[in-house]
Ligand binder design. Structure first.
Ligand code: GDP
Length: 186
């Protein structure tokens, strides 16, 4: 992928990252209140793996491809790392990356690598625990503390770890309000 194949950096941008199946599409849909978002048209075939969605002409949401897929080959992982690295380091309008983590599983090795990548790119990030409805409250509280502790060791990570459920709507309004604060004109 060539960097110039990315849409021009016209709007404040928020990117979503996480392991495959973490609930990224469901969270994006819950936050935007839409089942399908219009993709920003880009040169076909060039940035197939990065999806850009313009929200209300004020904010660009970017869906980074899911990582940590068990069957991914070494060359797939290399391609993903290169794509993500180039995007994260070369995007002046990128305001924050939401790093989605399954509330049942906590941080995995691939998430730790992502946190390190975000540190290196000096991109502000926030960890969001997804699918919280699948956890017992005590387990969720314990995992939340552990993830927050580990997140705090990463310079670029926002200290507050968010908790969400696309199913029950928990945490959605709060996250939506945070994102709205990044919108153009705010
Ligand atoms: P993606 O691959 O990260 O985009 O994940 P999806 O949004 O497609 O979700 C993967 C699976 O998890 C689907 O079966 C969803 O229905 C389920 N899922 C996603 N979010 C939630 C949630 O908040 N609660 C529950 N219980 N299931 C969820």
């Amino acid at each position: 992928m060539k960097e110039d194949a990315l849409p021009p950096p016209t709007h404040p941008e928020i990117a979503f990252a996480g392991r495959s199946n973490v609930g990224k599409s469901s969270l994006i849909n819950a936050l935007t209140g839409r089942k399908t978002l219009a993709r920003v048209s880009i040169t076909p075939g060039r940035t197939r793996q990065l999806n850009f969605f313009l929200l209300g002409e004020r904010l660009m949401l970017v869906d980074l491809p899911g990582y940590g897929y068990a069957k991914a080959s070494k060359s797939d992982i290399k391609a993903w790392t290169s794509l993500a690295g180039r995007y994260l380091k070369g995007r002046p309008n990128l305001r924050r990356v939401l790093l989605l983590v399954d509330a049942r599983h906590g941080l995995k090795e691939a998430d730790r690598e992502m946190l390190t990548m975000l540190d290196e790119a000096a991109v502000s990030s926030q960890i969001v625990l997804t699918k919280s409805d699948k956890c017992e409250p005590e387990d969720l509280a314990r995992l939340h503390r552990a993830v927050a502790q580990e997140g705090a060791r990463h310079g670029a990570a926002h200290p507050e770890v968010a908790i969400s459920s696309a199913l029950t709507g928990l945490g959605i309004a709060e996250l939506r309000a945070e994102l709205a604060a990044f919108s153009a004109g705010e």
